[in-house]
Structure formats: C-alpha cells, structure tokens
Design a protein around this ligand. Structure first.
Ligand SMILES: *[C@@H]1O[C@H](CO)[C@@H](O)[C@H](O)[C@H]1NC(C)=O
Ligand SMILES: *[C@@H]1O[C@H](CO)[C@@H](O)[C@H](O)[C@H]1NC(C)=O
Ligand SMILES: *[C@@H]1O[C@H](CO)[C@@H](O)[C@H](O)[C@H]1NC(C)=O
Ligand SMILES: *[C@@H]1O[C@H](CO)[C@@H](O)[C@H](O)[C@H]1NC(C)=O
Ligand SMILES: *[C@@H]1O[C@H](CO)[C@@H](O)[C@H](O)[C@H]1NC(C)=O
Ligand SMILES: *[C@@H]1O[C@H](CO)[C@@H](O)[C@H](O)[C@H]1NC(C)=O
Ligand SMILES: *[C@@H]1O[C@H](CO)[C@@H](O)[C@H](O)[C@H]1NC(C)=O
Ligand SMILES: *[C@@H]1O[C@H](CO)[C@@H](O)[C@H](O)[C@H]1NC(C)=O
Ligand SMILES: *[C@@H]1O[C@H](CO)[C@@H](O)[C@H](O)[C@H]1NC(C)=O
Length: 413
C-alpha cells in the first residue's frame, strides 16, 4: 500500500476518476423511445438529449437557479402513437415530479413538432431548496418545424427554448412521428442549424484559405410567399427568396431561409406595415415599411435576432434604410439578386423579389415598379452589338459568295 510507483494515481484519485466517468455517463444519458401500435409495429421513434435550467423564487430575497440534467430514471408513461382524434405524443417523467410532453401534428405532406410542456414541482425541497412553495408549475412552448412526412428529423445542434423561468436545451435529436410500415425512414430532414453548421463552419482556422479554394457558392434560396392578413383580407404581400449573410470574426456565414420551415406574422397600419419571419434559427426578422411624401413606400427598418450555432444570439437593427422604393398603389419588383445592407456585419440578399406593403386589393399584387437592375436599358447595347456582328457576318458571307461566283465564272470560261 505504502509503495506506489510514480506511474500510479493515488487510490482515492482513481476512485474519483471512476466516479466522474460514471457521473459523466449519467449526465449525457440519451433518451430513447420506440413506440409501437396495437400491431406491435413502430409508429413513433425518438432519441435525444435534453436538460433544463429553472429559475425559482425562494423564501429569502434572492432567487435561485437549478439545472436538471440527470434524466437516467426517465419513464415514458402516457406516450402514444395517437389516432384519429388524438395527436401522437411523447411524455417523459423523471426525477422528483418532472414531466415533459411534446406532441406532433400531421398536415397534408408534412408533420410538425408542436406543443411542448414542461412541469416541475416546487414543493420538492430537495431539488428546489428554500423554494417558495408554488406547487406544480407548467410552462408551455412550441416549435414550428415542418418535416416532410416519412422523413426522420435530425438536429444534432443545440436548440434552446426560453420561456418564463425555464430554459430548455435539446441536442442530438432524432425523431420521426407517423412512421410508415413500421420502418424508421433513412431520409433525414436536417434542422436549419445542422445545415448551417455543416455548410458554413470554418473547419481549419489555422490554414489561411487561398483565393482559389473559395467556399462553393451557396445555391439560390427557395422563394416564399408571405401574405399578412389583418382580418379584412390580405393587407401585405411579399414573395421573395432570402439569403442572410452574417459576418463574425471576419467570417461570413450564408444562411438560406427555407420558406417551408419559416412562419410569419405581421401588421398593417396607414403609415407603417410589418412583416415578421420566425423559425428555429430566426427568433425574429422584421421588415418594417413606411410611407414617404404621402405617395411612395419603402423598406425603412430591419430588426433581426438569430440563434447562432454555438448557442449565442446575434441581433441587429437599422431604422434608417431606404430600399424597395415604389409608388403607393403599386408593388416593387426585382428579379435580379439585390442586397439590403443592414449593417457592416449583416446583409440580406434577395432573389425574385416582389413586395406590396400597402393598398393590396383582393389579395393580389398591383402593377409592378421594377428595380433598375431589371430594366431593359441594359439590353439595348446588347441588341445593338448583336445587330452589328450580324451585319458583319452578312457582309463576310456576301463577300465569300461573291468571290466563289466570280471564281466559278472564271472556270467555265
Ligand atoms: C425572482 O423571480 C420572480 C419571478 O420569476 C421575479 O418576479 C422577481 O423579480 C425575481 N427577483 C429577483 C431579485 O430577481
Ligand atoms: C446542459 O446542456 C448543455 C448543452 O449541451 C451543456 O452545455 C450543459 O453543460 C448541460 N448542463 C448540465 C448541468 O449538464
Ligand atoms: C401511467 O399513468 C397513469 C395515469 O397517470 C397511471 O394510472 C398508471 O398507473 C401509470 N402507469 C405506469 C406504468 O406508471
Ligand atoms: C409535489 O411535491 C410534494 C413534495 O414532494 C408532494 O407532496 C406533492 O404531492 C407533489 N405534487 C404533485 C402534484 O405531484
Ligand atoms: C408502405 O407499404 C405500402 C404497401 O406495401 C407501400 O405502397 C408504401 O409505399 C410503403 N410506404 C413507405 C414509406 O415505405
Ligand atoms: C457577405 O458579406 C461579406 C461582408 O459584407 C461580403 O464580403 C460577401 O461578399 C457577402 N457574401 C454574399 C454571398 O453576399
Ligand atoms: C418545400 O416544400 C416543397 C413542397 O412540399 C418541396 O417541393 C420543396 O423541396 C421544399 N423545400 C425545401 C427547401 O425543403
Ligand atoms: C427589435 O425588436 C425587438 C423585439 O421586438 C425589440 O425589443 C427591440 O427594441 C427592437 N430593436 C430596435 C432597435 O428597434
Ligand atoms: C459564438 O460565436 C460568435 C462568433 O464566432 C462569438 O462572437 C460569440 O462570442 C460566441 N458565443 C458563445 C456563447 O460562444
């Protein structure tokens, strides 16, 4: 006992290492659920990790915070495949009186991860020491993610939901509801953050990228249509493909907005109109339009907040923009790529853009005012150029034919 070689850890130390490994294993415990229907066929599959940070009031003056991450004792009572009346749901119970429930909703060609509720019991004074007893508290939150039916949803990136006094964190998520024929799909639908991290993360920061190995140009974003309704019919229309360009630490990240997984709201007033987009990565992206000189409209403000891959939030606003200017009663159109420069670190590239934030009649666009990029004037020199070269070709051919004729004529002589 007393004689230990220099290569050995002290016995209590190795005990701690083992304990630490065990704790580590418990902390990174992945939850897994394979639900089967009455015919013992898989109908819902999920594997994921999560933890929760709860802020609670105490009997003294200071509030306290506790993080619950040991879900090793989880049970799944109440989880169901759903039927015609009820949506499928995953219900998890763990620790001393924690309950977490998520439900799924089926649409025509997609399904979504829908409502999430999380309950905790502040009467449990082991988990919540000194808590002011408020009994069971439940927070409700929701996600808007449209997943194609028969696709399995994957999100390895960290997702954070913050509501009331609770921060919910999810990662390494793999889930499919409405599983067909009992086989979990091989086709994965990635969350925006996973796409973002695989396409734009600078991988080797130690090597300076040479100009010839520039990142592959990102494909054009899909065009989405956003129609805001004020109860009286459509009052704002926007059709556009949107690409965000976020520059951080001199690295530009390009994110295409997928209209399928982006939700929107807005509002219309006589002098201002708002279009707000939301998704799992976009906390909000506000386009605020205004009227100027009583007869024109323009994009006046952009206010954005994004959840970044590393869990931090990027926010920026500019209230003095001047883009997309057109007469009231018409729409603004620009098919070419255009850039809205919100700040030195944030710009929005738009594609196939058409907007009408005011005076929309019968849910349709009015006549369009086109951006100068789409203007026909650029075509004129091309047509003139083409005309000239055409003329030259005609002259050359005429000359050659002329020569041939005279040559042939010479021969017959
Ligand atoms: C404690 O939490 C309650 C409710 O969450 C909040 O209203 C109160 O301001 C907090 N007090 C302090 C000192 O942070
Ligand atoms: C909770 O999850 C986050 C994200 O994975 C992790 O950074 C954090 O350490 C976890 N907290 C605890 C107490 O395990
Ligand atoms: C599941 O929950 C129901 C209602 O809360 C309860 O009656 C039942 O005993 C529970 N089953 C298990 C296995 O815990
Ligand atoms: C909350 O916890 C307290 C103390 O552990 C317990 O007596 C009570 O029954 C729990 N409430 C619920 C709704 O589970
Ligand atoms: C499920 O099985 C049916 C009948 O065998 C087949 O038509 C259908 O394409 C299958 N669906 C999937 C997603 O494999
Ligand atoms: C992104 O922004 C940076 C900095 O403004 C710019 O150099 C780069 O060309 C932009 N990339 C795209 C695809 O718009
Ligand atoms: C959006 O949905 C349409 C129709 O379901 C589909 O064709 C398209 O590929 C989807 N786009 C993306 C980027 O997921
Ligand atoms: C941007 O929007 C957020 C949320 O609506 C708001 O709290 C914030 O004040 C706005 N920022 C600016 C500079 O207007
Ligand atoms: C996330 O990344 C950005 C840019 O690299 C950095 O400025 C920010 O501090 C990071 N946040 C965290 C929480 O690591």
């Amino acid at each position: 006992m007393g004689c230990r070689g220099p290569g050995f850890f002290p016995v209590p130390g190795s005990g701690l290492v083992v304990l630490g490994l065990l704790l580590g294993a418990v902390h990174s415990y992945a939850l897994e659920l394979n639900l089967t229907d009455s015919e013992k066929v898989t109908c819902l599959y999920a594997k994921w990790q999560m933890n929760f940070t709860i802020h609670y009031e105490t009997t003294s003056k200071n509030n306290k915070t506790v993080t619950v991450s040991d879900l090793g004792t989880a049970t799944y009572n109440g989880s169901t495949c759903g039927d015609d009346q009820n949506s499928p749901k995953i219900a998890v119970q763990f620790g001393s009186g924690f309950s977490w429930i998520v439900s799924f909703m089926k649409k025509t060609s997609t399904y979504s991860i829908d409502n999430i509720s999380f309950s905790y019991n502040t009467s449990d004074n082991i988990t919540f020491p000194d808590a002011k007893d408020k009994g069971v508290i439940t927070v409700y939150d929701y996600l808007i993610i449209g997943i194609p039916l028969n696709d399995v949803f994957r999100c390895n990136s960290l997702s954070i939901l913050e509501k009331d006094d609770v921060v919910q964190r999810y990662w390494d998520v793999l889930v499919q509801a409405f599983v067909q024929n009992g086989t979990v799909s091989k086709k994965e639908f990635l969350c925006d953050k996973d796409k973002f991290s695989t396409t734009v993360t600078p991988i080797i920061p130690t090597t300076v990228p040479s100009p010839t190995t520039a990142p592959t140009p990102k494909e054009k974003p899909e065009v989405g249509t956003y129609a805001v309704n004020n109860g009286n019919g459509t009052c704002l229309l926007a059709t556009m493909g949107l690409q965000l360009n976020i520059t951080q630490d001199k690295v530009a990240s390009i994110v295409n907005i997928n209209p399928n997984t982006t939700d929107f709201t807005g509002s219309c007033h006589p002098q201002t109109a708002l279009l707000r987009l939301n998704s799992s990565t976009i906390k909000y992206l506000d386009f605020i339009f205004a009227v100027k000189n009583e007869n024109r409209f323009y994009l006046k403000e952009v206010n954005v907040s994004l959840n970044l891959v590393n869990g931090s939030v990027f926010s920026i606003a500019n209230h003095n923009l001047s883009y997309w200017d057109a007469p009231l009663g018409s729409s603004y159109m620009c098919n070419k790529e255009q850039t809205v420069s919100v700040s030195g670190t944030f710009q929005i590239n738009t594609f196939d853009l058409r907007v009408q934030p005011f005076s929309v009649m019968e849910g349709k666009y009015s006549t369009a005012q086109e951006c100068s990029l789409d203007d026909d004037t650029i075509l004129i020199p091309i047509i003139v150029g083409a005309g000239l070269s055409g003329l030259i070709i005609v002259i050359v051919i005429a000359y050659l034919i002329g020569r041939r004729k005279s040559y042939a004529g010479y021969q017959t002589l």
